[in-house]
Design a protein around this ligand. Structure first.
Ligand code: CTP
Length: 423
């Protein structure tokens, strides 16, 4: 019985720098054909042998190789990179990579990922016969196998003795992609998570494990007529990052998103809406939940009677009568039977940021207000970074400017603490 079929598996492929790196492209293709999700990390040396672009095109995901460029919010950190995977596959596993793994070195992204992981690894060694037979490599392979690392090829009965690129004969050649594929399937037959000692990594199992979280995000569009609408500058980046961070913390997440140019975060149920009234209906029907985070920039007003037909210019400028939209945050916070234990609102202010936020906390009946300045020039709306003050019954905490992912992570930590206190 396969614990995880290849068609559902997420493989993190680490490509080392060796002549056999070209075979890793074939491996990606075969894995994808079988339905696996493949993310690729290449060492700097690997990039000398195969183009990252080829691996990106075949895997359908950007290729990572730089430990220090993971600040791009489209990318995941190295911890998530390995933890999101079911299995780490190192192919080709060079003598250098095997040595790093055996000794727990973490000098580049490939090595760090292999050290920071909580999943098992399968290595497909590839190197010159003398390197393979060298006592140092023998020792490293023995260490790795004692550590539970699976090995395919080289001299493990997969008949990989033969002429090498360097002209010598003997063991050390990388297994062919079909043999690696079969080894991956075998590895997936057993659980691939490495168990941790009791008490360790509890947070990684998820500060919000088992909790239900609802997040609203993005702007709302309020129609004027079938082609025109009132909107705002919200990009949804902060709300989407919160949904993603909640999911990483183990929560079941419903993200209710207004129109944004962002991809749906993986593993999150996403409900797409346009208007405030649709957002309200989606939020109420997603209840009950343990946590509600209102990160959306909901339009406060809508046009009372949106035109059924396009308003014509020759009718002159229309007099638009605006009426108030339902306040979703206040309504959820005021629920009796099914009020979420933690209700978080946002306050986008252009002046007197914390005073207004304190006031909003009371007025809307929520537990936390995340206040940010959206004054012109702050670059918050639509930007990568955020600078917030967190207002709650405990007081005001001003956080330094950081990217929206980091704000999301810290906020989820704070929410998890509050949820625990209230449980
Ligand atoms: N919000 C909401 N429904 C609305 C309006 C706002 O859920 N109809 C939520 C937002 O998601 C945000 C918080 O309320 O979490 C703050 O909204 P904001 O528009 O800044 O507050 P207002 O009540 O409009 O107050 P002010 O006009 O003083 O800014």
């Amino acid at each position: 019985m396969t614990a995880k079929p290849l068609s559902d598996a997420r493989i993190l492929l680490i490509v080392g720098g060796g002549v056999a790196a070209y075979k890793s492209l074939e491996l990606i293709r075969r894995l994808r054909e079988r339905g696996a999700d493949v993310r690729v990390v290449m060492t700097e040396a690997a990039k000398r042998f195969v183009a990252p672009l080829s691996a990106a095109a075949l895997s359908g995901h950007p290729v990572r190789s730089d430990l220090f460029s993971l600040i791009d919010e489209a990318e995941m950190g190295h911890i998530e990179l390995s933890r999101e995977a079911d299995l780490l596959v190192v192919a080709p596993a060079t003598a250098d990579l095997l040595a790093k793994m055996a000794h727990g070195l973490a000098g580049d992204l490939a090595a760090t990922t292999l050290l920071a992981t909580d999943k098992r690894a399968l290595v497909a060694p590839a190197m010159n016969v003398r390197m393979w037979l060298h006592p140092a490599t023998r020792r490293n392979v023995a260490t790795l196998s004692a550590d539970g690392v699976a090995l395919v090829g080289a001299d493990e009965g997969d008949a990989d003795e033969g002429e090498m690129a360097c002209g010598e004969y003997g063991p050390g050649r990388m297994a062919e992609p079909p043999a690696i594929l079969a080894a991956i399937e075998r590895a997936l037959e057993a659980p691939t998570a490495i168990p941790l000692p009791p008490g360790v990594g509890a947070r990684d199992r998820g500060a919000l494990a088992g909790k239900r979280v609802i997040v609203t995000s993005g702007p709302t569009w309020e129609p004027i007529d079938p082609v025109r609408f009132i909107a705002n500058r919200s990009s949804g980046r902060q709300g989407h990052a919160i949904a993603e961070a909640a999911r990483r913390a183990g929560a079941r997440v419903t993200l209710i998103s207004g129109p944004v140019a962002l991809a749906d975060p993986p593993g999150v149920e996403v409900v797409h809406v346009e208007t405030a009234r649709q957002m309200r209906a989606a939020a109420l029907s997603a209840l009950p939940a343990d946590v509600f985070v209102a990160a959306a920039a909901v339009a406060d007003w809508r046009v009372e009677a949106a035109g059924a037909e396009k308003l014509k210019r020759d009718g002159g400028p229309p007099a638009l009568r605006l009426v108030e939209n339902p306040d979703i945050l206040a309504e959820v916070a005021a629920r009796r039977a099914d009020r979420p234990a933690v209700v978080v609102g946002f306050a986008a202010e252009t002046e007197r940021v914390t005073e207004n936020a304190r006031d909003k906390l009371k007025r809307k009946g929520c537990d936390v207000i995340v206040a940010n300045s959206v004054a012109e020039g702050a670059g918050i709306f639509g930007g990568r970074d955020n600078e917030v003050a967190v207002v709650s019954a405990a007081g005001v905490e001003a956080w330094p400017r950081m990217d929206k992912q980091e704000v999301a992570r810290r906020l989820i930590d704070l929410i998890a603490r509050l949820a625990r206190e209230r449980a």
